[in-house]
Design a protein around this ligand. Structure first.
Ligand code: PMP
Length: 366
């Protein structure tokens, strides 16, 4: 449609999957396993459900546009002040708010090859120029990214861990990068999956500690993954208060609904749920990679709640064949990874269903 801006005309839409019930109807099966969207397989925290029930009476009221209670709880948990927090309708909302606040059609926005698909979308939607820096070993090459910064660069997105590769940058790499970045460039550290980092990865950045030293740093996180609230759409950004002030001016006044605010507040004190999410993930990841080893398939070592496996064949064809067996995974050909599939970690029996179906599709013994 020629009235749209050039950036919008060149947009490729984010590809959501079909609803599971619709697929079940189409395929004539009833027990589809969905390992496609990096969701929490445990189901919601009971505390979140209770909070939502309690919030029903407020249905006719606008939500608290300042997110007072949730921000206070986040401030306490992450040792920041409420003025450093911006709430978003999912962290995707925050990525877009940041882009709108700091970049325009004269700007360049930098991100890595294989990085999260929303970065090019928000870049193009504001007419900025996307600069994709080649990855090394499927991971961000922060040295090359620092070298790619020009006077026009306004924003850098770093997904840590990255989706769909599951790779991460270490604290040392990140600090070296931040030291090399000129002050006029905003760095977004997208930590959607940070809660899954375990004690074996001590070199993962403790990003909150970096905030006081780097006023151009924005950390974004979400309640969609380890906290199990993907449907409610709630995320947050931590930054210098001056940046948070700007982001809060740009965001829509009531961008996070009351159920999301209350449920997020409730899960933040549900350490048992978080621990259970982490445990399920660690065990499920082990189950999947042992399965891949047995099938002789290479995979990209991941610290997220998903893993990208090289099927050695056309990924979309394997995806289709798995779908016919009632298992939904995510092909990643749109990321330039034509043979890989991204598998979200599920419950034990779901992982098992997937591995069995995969062995069948590839004609291998388990
Ligand atoms: N960042 C990354 C790296 C992601 O993978 C996702 C979810 N797919 C998001 C951000 C956005 O998540 P949400 O909008 O649900 O917070």
């Amino acid at each position: 449609f020629s009235l749209a801006t050039k950036g919008v005309q060149s947009l490729h839409p984010y590809q959501p999957g079909k609803p599971v019930d619709e697929l079940e109807r189409e395929l004539g099966i009833t027990n589809i396993v969905k390992l496609a969207s990096n969701e929490n397989p445990l189901g919601p925290s009971p505390k979140a459900l209770k909070a939502i029930e309690d919030a029903f009476q407020g249905l006719c009221r606008y939500p608290d546009g300042g997110g007072f209670k949730l921000k206070s709880a986040l401030a306490e948990r992450y040792d920041v002040v409420a003025e450093q927090i911006t709430l978003g309708n999912g962290s995707n909302d925050l990525l877009e708010i940041v882009a709108r606040a700091f970049a325009d059609s004269d700007s360049a926005i930098l991100f890595s090859q294989y990085a999260f698909a929303v970065y090019p979308i928000v870049t193009q939607s504001i007419g900025a120029t996307a600069i994709e820096v080649p990855a090394v070993d499927w991971s961000h090459d922060l040295i090359a990214m620092a070298e790619a910064i020009t006077d026009n660069t306004k924003l850098v997105f770093i997904a840590n861990p990255n989706n769909p590769t599951g790779t991460y940058v270490s604290n040392d790499e990140l600090v070296r990068f931040l030291d090399a970045v000129p002050e006029h460039v905003i760095v977004v550290l997208d930590e959607a999956y940070c809660e899954y980092i375990d004690d074996d990865h001590q070199d993962f950045p403790n990003s909150g500690l970096l905030l006081p030293n780097y006023p151009n740093l924005i950390i974004t996180r979400t309640f969609s993954k380890a906290w199990g609230l993907a449907s409610l759409r709630v995320g947050y950004a931590l930054s210098h208060p001056d940046i948070a002030d700007l982001l809060n001016r740009v965001r829509q006044p009531f961008n996070v609904n009351s159920f999301a605010l209350e449920a997020a507040l409730a899960v933040l004190s549900d350490d048992e749920y978080l621990a259970s999410s982490q445990r399920t993930n660690t065990e499920g990841m082990k189950q999947l990679i042992e399965g891949f080893d047995r099938l002789g398939l290479a995979y990209i070592p991941s610290v997220g709640n998903f893993v990208a496996v090289d099927t050695g064949r056309d990924g979309v064809a394997v995806f289709q064949a798995l779908l016919e067996r009632g298992v939904i995974v995510r092909p990643v050909s749109n990321y330039g990874m034509p043979q890989h599939l991204r598998i979200s970690i599920g419950l034990q029996h779901e992982n098992e269903r997937f591995l069995t179906a995969l062995a069948e599709v590839l004609g291998r013994n388990r």
